[in-house]
Design a protein around this ligand. Structure first.
Ligand SMILES: [Zn+2]
Length: 245
């Protein structure tokens, strides 16, 4: 898009999609870019189907818990929060008031939610979409619980459906994550991925398939399209923060 085309879009639209991901280990079979590549693909297809502008993907995220696995590039939550916030403020300078963040990495969520709250105070409404809860809800039979975790069959299947040439299934492994003795109900521990698994896989990945990935894609993109269309039709006056009572 040139600036002239951008002017045309921003003058006539107040919605945009921003994909955000991470660059972190996803087991021996998947590319480090898994989370940002999936976010980008979901966002771009949704943009095509809704006519809403999709921005470049932000590829780095909050992943320091994967650092012992080579090639993981991690930034702090405050860096991600501010980066995303400033990108959204730039969009707002051109008239965008509603933004859908397509988040490909769960570790980003707290930082993104903080950005969204701060932006709402400034009259910008940001929603955050994540694909895996959609799969759990609408396709509960497609994967077993041990196939749904980090770098397991669910995520690997999406990679196979989207870009199989950068997945090496001959290296896929199944590994049962170790449980910490300190883990009990109600307790959060500051552990890293390496504390749980030697391969980076948190369960079963060898059962991944492109066919399952395609089923996931259709359902997830369908839900994201619905959400974007609803946001498109919503009035910003109904979305901004309410005044004090
Ligand atoms: Zn991932």
């Amino acid at each position: 898009m040139s600036w002239v085309e951008a002017k045309e879009y921003f003058t006539n639209n107040d919605v945009a999609i921003l994909p955000v991901g991470s660059n972190e280990q996803h087991g021996p079979q998947n590319p480090l870019g898994t989370d940002h590549l999936i976010a980008k693909a979901l966002a771009e297809e949704t943009a095509k189907r809704t006519g809403v502008l999709c921005l470049q993907v932000i590829p780095f995220g909050v992943s320091s818990h994967h650092r012992q696995f080579w090639g993981t590039i991690f930034i702090s939550p405050s860096t991600l929060k501010n980066y995303v916030k400033e990108v959204c403020l730039s969009l707002n300078y051109y008239g965008i008031r509603k933004i859908v963040i397509v988040n490909g990495h769960g570790g980003n969520l707290n930082a993104l939610a903080e950005s969204a709250r701060e932006l709402r105070e400034r009259g910008i409404f940001v929603s955050i979409f994540q694909w895996w809860p959609v799969v759990a809800k609408f396709l509960p039979e497609l994967f077993k619980p041990e196939e749904r975790r980090h770098a397991c069959a669910e995520e690997t299947s999406l990679n196979l459906a989207l870009h199989s040439h950068i997945v090496d299934m001959s290296k896929a492994v199944d590994e049962t994550p170790r449980e910490s003795m300190l883990q009990s109900e109600g307790v959060t521990l500051p552990l890293d991925t390496i504390d749980y698994t030697a391969s980076g896989v948190f369960g079963k990945s060898t059962t991944a398939s492109a066919e399952k990935g395609k089923i996931v894609l259709e359902v997830v993109i369908g839900e994201l399209v619905k959400h974007v269309n609803m946001l498109k039709e919503s009035k910003i006056e109904d979305l901004v923060q309410k005044p004090k009572v």
